[in-house]
Design a protein around this ligand. Sequence first.
Ligand SMILES: [Zn+2]
Ligand SMILES: [Zn+2]
Length: 355
Amino acid sequence: MEDLISQTLAIHVPPPPPGAALEPTTLERRELRPDDVRIDIAYAGICHSDIHQAKEEWGSAIFPMVPGHEIAGVVSEVGSGVTTHEVGDRVGVGCMVDSCGECEYCRAGTEQFCLRGNVQTYNGVGFDGENTYGGYSQQVVVKDHFVCRIPEGIGLDVAAPLLCAGITTYSPLNRWNAGPGKKVAVVGLGGLGHVAVRIAVAMGAEVTVLSQSLKKQEDGLRLGAEDYYATSDESTFTTLRSSFDLILNTVSSEIPVDSYLAMLRVGGAMVNVGAPSAPLSYSAFSLIGGNKVLTGSMIGGLPETQEMLDFCAEHGIGAEVETISADQVNTAYERVQNSDVRYRFVIDTATIGQQ
Ligand SMILES: [Zn+2]
Ligand SMILES: [Zn+2]
């Protein structure tokens, strides 16, 4: 009954775009190729970028759209050539589902920088010319290389957000050596920030949260931060002058970059993973006077994503999630836009089609 298994329930943003409400639909997944893995999705995280794309705020998008690039589930079938995954394995899929596999960046395991362009998990077009549809669905078919193992000891619900929020923060913390003796500031305690705090603490760094207000201070300290400061209070910037080896900025709103750079120690780095729509500006002297680095970071390649999942399982790190049913997804979108979530929504995909 091949036809039956390739059909799956999903939730999509229908045409006409942009910004239409999500609604239930039925989706065809491709028949397995030799290197494909079929996954029964258990949970899909709601990333803020899902909303930007559903509303077509990041350039023209493909509709209907099934968002979702924080996918956790169980392997239900493997192609004839698959050796790395078996039926029953707990697995995850993040922001990419294909890349050329041959360019220097793919060979280095940094598929996100593929010279041919990586294929996004949704709102993308595969190398076969077919549109991609993401994780707000009961099933997905993905090339084996882009499927990660989720170790035992970490729930699929709290693991799902790690596939985007986890790797987005783990990669720069890792690259810029967050660890014992290092002072790390995490800017913003949201979906990305709360995972960043846990990971940086587990790496051994001394972590400070810089948030607009002190509203989430209790949470920040519970997540392992040693300090918590409000950036709405001007004195924060003078108190924390020359304090940090690394500042990880997870917020997408405009920030006074020079004021943040002044909080770096000599040789320190500020990494942006949040993306404000307006250009950031800064004075070159803010970098020159202290050999400072201002940089960015984009998710992580597949080897590093697996390393992140193994690290999180070893340290008992998951996202803090609020599990919702499929019929709550439109309300959840509104709440994410109002920063009214602690700290990630995950959709229980078993509820799709039940409303
Ligand atoms: Zn994301
Ligand atoms: Zn490539």
